[in-house]
Ligand binder design. Structure first.
Ligand code: B1M
Length: 215
Protein backbone atom coordinates (compact mmCIF):
# COMPACT_ATOMS: atom_id res chain seq x y z
CA UNK A 1 0.00 0.00 0.00
CA UNK A 2 1.12 3.60 -0.55
CA UNK A 3 2.28 5.39 2.61
CA UNK A 4 -0.95 7.35 3.20
CA UNK A 5 -3.18 4.33 2.88
CA UNK A 6 -0.79 2.28 4.99
CA UNK A 7 -1.07 4.75 7.88
CA UNK A 8 -4.83 4.46 7.81
CA UNK A 9 -4.70 0.67 7.48
CA UNK A 10 -2.33 0.32 10.45
CA UNK A 11 -4.91 2.07 12.63
CA UNK A 12 -7.69 -0.16 11.29
CA UNK A 13 -5.61 -3.32 11.81
CA UNK A 14 -4.27 -2.17 15.20
CA UNK A 15 -0.82 -2.84 13.80
CA UNK A 16 1.87 -0.95 15.69
CA UNK A 17 4.89 -2.53 13.95
CA UNK A 18 6.40 -0.16 11.40
CA UNK A 19 4.08 2.69 12.37
CA UNK A 20 6.85 4.97 13.63
CA UNK A 21 8.88 4.57 10.44
CA UNK A 22 5.81 5.43 8.40
CA UNK A 23 5.01 8.44 10.57
CA UNK A 24 8.56 9.67 10.26
CA UNK A 25 8.39 9.33 6.47
CA UNK A 26 5.01 11.07 6.42
CA UNK A 27 6.48 14.06 8.26
CA UNK A 28 8.58 14.78 5.16
CA UNK A 29 5.44 15.74 3.28
CA UNK A 30 2.84 16.80 5.80
CA UNK A 31 2.58 18.47 9.17
CA UNK A 32 1.92 16.34 12.23
CA UNK A 33 -1.60 17.74 12.50
CA UNK A 34 -2.36 17.02 8.86
CA UNK A 35 -1.24 13.43 9.37
CA UNK A 36 -3.58 13.09 12.34
CA UNK A 37 -6.52 14.78 10.63
CA UNK A 38 -6.18 13.44 7.11
CA UNK A 39 -5.08 9.88 7.79
CA UNK A 40 -5.17 8.64 11.37
CA UNK A 41 -8.66 9.94 12.11
CA UNK A 42 -9.87 8.42 8.85
CA UNK A 43 -8.64 5.07 10.14
CA UNK A 44 -10.50 5.51 13.44
CA UNK A 45 -13.64 6.44 11.54
CA UNK A 46 -13.49 3.18 9.64
CA UNK A 47 -12.93 1.31 12.91
CA UNK A 48 -16.10 2.93 14.29
CA UNK A 49 -18.06 1.89 11.20
CA UNK A 50 -16.78 -1.69 11.30
CA UNK A 51 -17.53 -1.95 15.00
CA UNK A 52 -20.95 -0.36 14.62
CA UNK A 53 -21.91 -2.82 11.88
CA UNK A 54 -20.69 -5.83 13.84
CA UNK A 55 -17.73 -6.54 11.55
CA UNK A 56 -15.14 -5.79 14.22
CA UNK A 57 -15.04 -7.01 17.80
CA UNK A 58 -14.26 -4.83 20.80
CA UNK A 59 -10.73 -6.15 21.59
CA UNK A 60 -9.69 -5.14 18.07
CA UNK A 61 -11.18 -1.67 18.55
CA UNK A 62 -9.05 -1.40 21.67
CA UNK A 63 -5.93 -2.36 19.70
CA UNK A 64 -6.73 0.28 17.10
CA UNK A 65 -7.22 2.85 19.84
CA UNK A 66 -3.84 1.97 21.34
CA UNK A 67 -2.08 2.35 17.99
CA UNK A 68 -3.87 5.66 17.48
CA UNK A 69 -2.74 6.89 20.88
CA UNK A 70 0.88 5.93 20.35
CA UNK A 71 0.87 7.51 16.88
CA UNK A 72 -0.44 10.78 18.34
CA UNK A 73 2.19 10.59 21.10
CA UNK A 74 4.89 10.09 18.45
CA UNK A 75 3.67 13.09 16.45
CA UNK A 76 3.03 15.41 19.37
CA UNK A 77 6.59 16.81 19.66
CA UNK A 78 6.39 17.69 15.95
CA UNK A 79 3.25 19.78 16.34
CA UNK A 80 3.41 23.53 15.94
CA UNK A 81 3.35 25.47 19.14
CA UNK A 82 2.49 29.13 19.39
CA UNK A 83 4.56 31.42 21.61
CA UNK A 84 1.42 32.56 23.37
CA UNK A 85 1.14 31.70 27.00
CA UNK A 86 -1.35 32.01 29.82
CA UNK A 87 -4.38 32.66 27.60
CA UNK A 88 -6.67 30.97 30.10
CA UNK A 89 -7.29 27.75 31.92
CA UNK A 90 -9.66 24.96 30.97
CA UNK A 91 -10.61 21.94 32.98
CA UNK A 92 -11.14 18.96 30.66
CA UNK A 93 -12.87 15.69 31.50
CA UNK A 94 -14.61 12.77 29.91
CA UNK A 95 -17.93 12.50 31.72
CA UNK A 96 -19.10 9.83 34.14
CA UNK A 97 -19.44 6.32 32.70
CA UNK A 98 -17.49 7.08 29.53
CA UNK A 99 -13.95 5.82 28.83
CA UNK A 100 -13.37 7.42 25.42
CA UNK A 101 -10.47 9.84 25.62
CA UNK A 102 -8.67 10.04 22.28
CA UNK A 103 -10.66 13.10 21.21
CA UNK A 104 -10.38 14.77 24.60
CA UNK A 105 -6.64 14.25 24.61
CA UNK A 106 -6.36 15.77 21.13
CA UNK A 107 -8.24 18.80 22.42
CA UNK A 108 -5.73 18.94 25.30
CA UNK A 109 -2.80 18.92 22.86
CA UNK A 110 -4.25 21.57 20.54
CA UNK A 111 -5.19 23.92 23.39
CA UNK A 112 -1.91 23.40 25.26
CA UNK A 113 0.06 24.10 22.09
CA UNK A 114 -1.88 27.30 21.59
CA UNK A 115 -1.34 29.03 24.87
CA UNK A 116 -3.93 27.54 27.21
CA UNK A 117 -3.36 25.82 30.52
CA UNK A 118 -5.19 22.52 30.46
CA UNK A 119 -6.07 20.52 33.53
CA UNK A 120 -6.96 17.11 32.13
CA UNK A 121 -8.90 15.16 34.73
CA UNK A 122 -9.18 11.98 32.68
CA UNK A 123 -12.10 9.66 31.99
CA UNK A 124 -15.29 8.67 33.84
CA UNK A 125 -15.42 11.87 35.87
CA UNK A 126 -18.47 12.42 38.07
CA UNK A 127 -19.87 15.94 38.21
CA UNK A 128 -18.59 16.50 41.75
CA UNK A 129 -15.02 15.81 40.73
CA UNK A 130 -15.35 18.13 37.73
CA UNK A 131 -16.83 21.01 39.72
CA UNK A 132 -14.47 20.63 42.67
CA UNK A 133 -11.43 20.62 40.42
CA UNK A 134 -12.72 23.59 38.46
CA UNK A 135 -12.90 25.47 41.76
CA UNK A 136 -9.52 24.30 43.06
CA UNK A 137 -7.73 24.86 39.78
CA UNK A 138 -9.44 28.21 39.20
CA UNK A 139 -10.56 27.13 35.76
CA UNK A 140 -11.94 29.76 33.39
CA UNK A 141 -13.86 27.20 31.34
CA UNK A 142 -15.14 23.67 31.91
CA UNK A 143 -14.75 21.28 28.96
CA UNK A 144 -16.61 17.99 28.85
CA UNK A 145 -16.19 15.22 26.34
CA UNK A 146 -18.31 12.13 25.81
CA UNK A 147 -18.88 9.71 22.96
CA UNK A 148 -21.74 7.58 24.19
CA UNK A 149 -25.33 8.60 23.66
CA UNK A 150 -25.85 8.21 27.40
CA UNK A 151 -23.04 10.75 27.93
CA UNK A 152 -25.18 13.41 26.31
CA UNK A 153 -27.72 12.81 29.08
CA UNK A 154 -24.99 13.04 31.70
CA UNK A 155 -23.82 16.34 30.22
CA UNK A 156 -27.34 17.71 30.52
CA UNK A 157 -27.50 16.56 34.16
CA UNK A 158 -24.13 18.18 34.82
CA UNK A 159 -25.38 21.50 33.46
CA UNK A 160 -28.49 21.20 35.62
CA UNK A 161 -26.27 20.55 38.62
CA UNK A 162 -24.33 23.72 37.82
CA UNK A 163 -27.62 25.61 37.64
CA UNK A 164 -28.74 24.33 40.99
CA UNK A 165 -25.41 25.21 42.60
CA UNK A 166 -25.70 28.71 41.14
CA UNK A 167 -22.34 28.50 39.36
CA UNK A 168 -23.49 28.46 35.73
CA UNK A 169 -22.35 32.05 35.23
CA UNK A 170 -18.95 31.33 36.66
CA UNK A 171 -17.82 28.77 34.08
CA UNK A 172 -18.63 28.84 30.40
CA UNK A 173 -18.91 25.23 29.22
CA UNK A 174 -17.41 23.68 26.10
CA UNK A 175 -18.82 20.34 24.97
CA UNK A 176 -17.57 17.88 22.37
CA UNK A 177 -17.72 14.25 21.35
CA UNK A 178 -19.19 12.20 18.56
CA UNK A 179 -22.59 11.56 20.16
CA UNK A 180 -23.44 15.27 20.40
CA UNK A 181 -25.00 17.40 17.71
CA UNK A 182 -24.75 21.13 17.31
CA UNK A 183 -28.50 21.61 17.66
CA UNK A 184 -28.68 19.50 20.82
CA UNK A 185 -26.06 21.70 22.46
CA UNK A 186 -26.88 25.09 20.99
CA UNK A 187 -30.65 24.74 21.29
CA UNK A 188 -31.70 22.09 23.81
CA UNK A 189 -28.85 22.46 26.29
CA UNK A 190 -28.50 26.22 25.83
CA UNK A 191 -32.20 26.44 26.71
CA UNK A 192 -31.87 24.74 30.07
CA UNK A 193 -28.44 26.12 31.07
CA UNK A 194 -28.26 29.44 32.92
CA UNK A 195 -24.76 30.18 31.57
CA UNK A 196 -22.93 29.88 28.26
CA UNK A 197 -22.60 26.45 26.63
CA UNK A 198 -20.87 25.89 23.30
CA UNK A 199 -20.41 22.94 20.95
CA UNK A 200 -17.09 22.10 19.29
CA UNK A 201 -17.23 19.59 16.46
CA UNK A 202 -13.47 19.12 16.61
CA UNK A 203 -10.40 20.25 18.49
CA UNK A 204 -9.86 23.25 16.22
CA UNK A 205 -13.34 24.56 16.78
CA UNK A 206 -12.62 24.00 20.48
CA UNK A 207 -9.62 26.30 20.12
CA UNK A 208 -11.51 29.05 18.34
CA UNK A 209 -14.34 28.86 20.87
CA UNK A 210 -11.83 29.13 23.71
CA UNK A 211 -10.34 32.19 22.01
CA UNK A 212 -13.82 33.68 21.72
CA UNK A 213 -14.80 32.85 25.30
CA UNK A 214 -11.58 34.26 26.74
CA UNK A 215 -11.62 37.43 24.61
CO1 B1M B 1 -16.37 2.88 21.81
N1 B1M B 1 -18.09 3.41 21.05
N2 B1M B 1 -17.26 1.79 23.13
N3 B1M B 1 -14.59 2.35 22.31
N4 B1M B 1 -15.75 3.72 20.22
C1 B1M B 1 -18.09 4.41 20.00
C2 B1M B 1 -18.21 5.82 20.59
C3 B1M B 1 -19.34 3.98 19.14
C4 B1M B 1 -20.01 5.14 18.37
C5 B1M B 1 -18.93 2.84 18.20
C6 B1M B 1 -20.06 2.32 17.33
O1 B1M B 1 -20.95 1.68 17.80
N5 B1M B 1 -20.01 2.61 16.06
C7 B1M B 1 -20.27 3.37 20.26
C8 B1M B 1 -21.24 4.35 20.96
C9 B1M B 1 -22.69 4.09 20.60
C10 B1M B 1 -23.64 4.88 21.38
O2 B1M B 1 -23.48 5.36 22.46
N6 B1M B 1 -24.79 5.01 20.78
C11 B1M B 1 -19.26 2.81 21.23
C12 B1M B 1 -19.53 1.79 22.18
C13 B1M B 1 -20.90 1.16 22.11
C14 B1M B 1 -18.59 1.39 23.14
C15 B1M B 1 -18.79 0.38 24.28
C16 B1M B 1 -20.13 0.51 25.04
C17 B1M B 1 -18.62 -1.03 23.71
C18 B1M B 1 -18.86 -2.17 24.69
O3 B1M B 1 -18.30 -2.22 25.75
N7 B1M B 1 -19.74 -3.03 24.29
C19 B1M B 1 -17.59 0.72 25.18
C20 B1M B 1 -17.98 1.84 26.15
C21 B1M B 1 -17.15 1.87 27.35
C22 B1M B 1 -17.49 3.09 28.19
O4 B1M B 1 -17.23 4.21 27.77
N8 B1M B 1 -18.09 2.88 29.34
C23 B1M B 1 -16.60 1.23 24.20
C24 B1M B 1 -15.22 1.13 24.35
C25 B1M B 1 -14.29 1.59 23.43
C26 B1M B 1 -12.80 1.29 23.50
C27 B1M B 1 -12.26 1.27 24.95
C28 B1M B 1 -12.52 -0.02 22.85
C29 B1M B 1 -12.22 2.43 22.59
C30 B1M B 1 -11.88 3.74 23.36
C31 B1M B 1 -10.42 3.86 23.70
C32 B1M B 1 -10.09 5.22 24.23
O5 B1M B 1 -10.68 6.24 23.93
N9 B1M B 1 -9.07 5.23 25.05
C33 B1M B 1 -13.44 2.76 21.72
C34 B1M B 1 -13.35 3.45 20.48
C35 B1M B 1 -11.95 3.71 19.96
C36 B1M B 1 -14.50 3.89 19.76
C37 B1M B 1 -14.59 4.53 18.36
C38 B1M B 1 -14.41 3.41 17.36
C39 B1M B 1 -13.62 5.65 18.04
C40 B1M B 1 -13.60 6.80 19.02
C41 B1M B 1 -12.44 7.72 18.76
O6 B1M B 1 -11.45 7.70 19.47
N10 B1M B 1 -12.52 8.54 17.69
C42 B1M B 1 -16.07 5.12 18.39
C43 B1M B 1 -16.69 5.30 17.04
C44 B1M B 1 -17.06 6.74 16.75
O7 B1M B 1 -16.75 7.67 17.44
N11 B1M B 1 -17.79 6.92 15.69
C45 B1M B 1 -16.70 4.31 19.47
C46 B1M B 1 -11.47 9.47 17.32
C47 B1M B 1 -11.59 10.74 18.16
C48 B1M B 1 -10.50 11.73 17.81
O8 B1M B 1 -12.84 11.33 17.88
O9 B1M B 1 -13.53 11.40 20.32
O10 B1M B 1 -15.15 12.06 18.48
P1 B1M B 1 -13.77 11.98 18.99
O11 B1M B 1 -13.18 13.48 19.13
C49 B1M B 1 -13.30 14.43 18.11
C50 B1M B 1 -14.51 15.34 18.25
O12 B1M B 1 -15.66 14.67 18.71
C51 B1M B 1 -14.04 16.45 19.12
O13 B1M B 1 -12.66 16.59 18.79
C52 B1M B 1 -12.14 15.37 18.26
C53 B1M B 1 -11.51 15.62 16.90
O14 B1M B 1 -10.78 16.77 16.78
N12 B1M B 1 -14.14 16.37 20.57
C54 B1M B 1 -14.15 17.49 21.33
C55 B1M B 1 -14.20 15.32 21.40
N13 B1M B 1 -14.25 15.71 22.66
C56 B1M B 1 -14.22 17.04 22.66
C57 B1M B 1 -14.26 17.96 23.72
C58 B1M B 1 -14.23 19.31 23.39
C59 B1M B 1 -14.15 19.72 22.08
C60 B1M B 1 -14.11 18.84 21.03
O15 B1M B 1 -14.24 20.28 24.31
C61 B1M B 1 -14.34 19.95 25.67
Amino acid sequence: LPLWERLEQRIIDGEAGGMEDDLQAALDDKSALEIVNDHLLAGMKTVGELFGSGQMQLPFVLKSAEVMKSAVAYLEPHMEKSDDDGKGRILLATVKGDVHDIGKNLVDIILSNNGYDVVNLGIKQPVNAILESAEQERADVIGMSGLLVKSTVIMKENLEEMNSRGISDKYPVLLGGAALTRSFVEQDLADIFDGEVRYAKDAFEGLSLMDAMMA
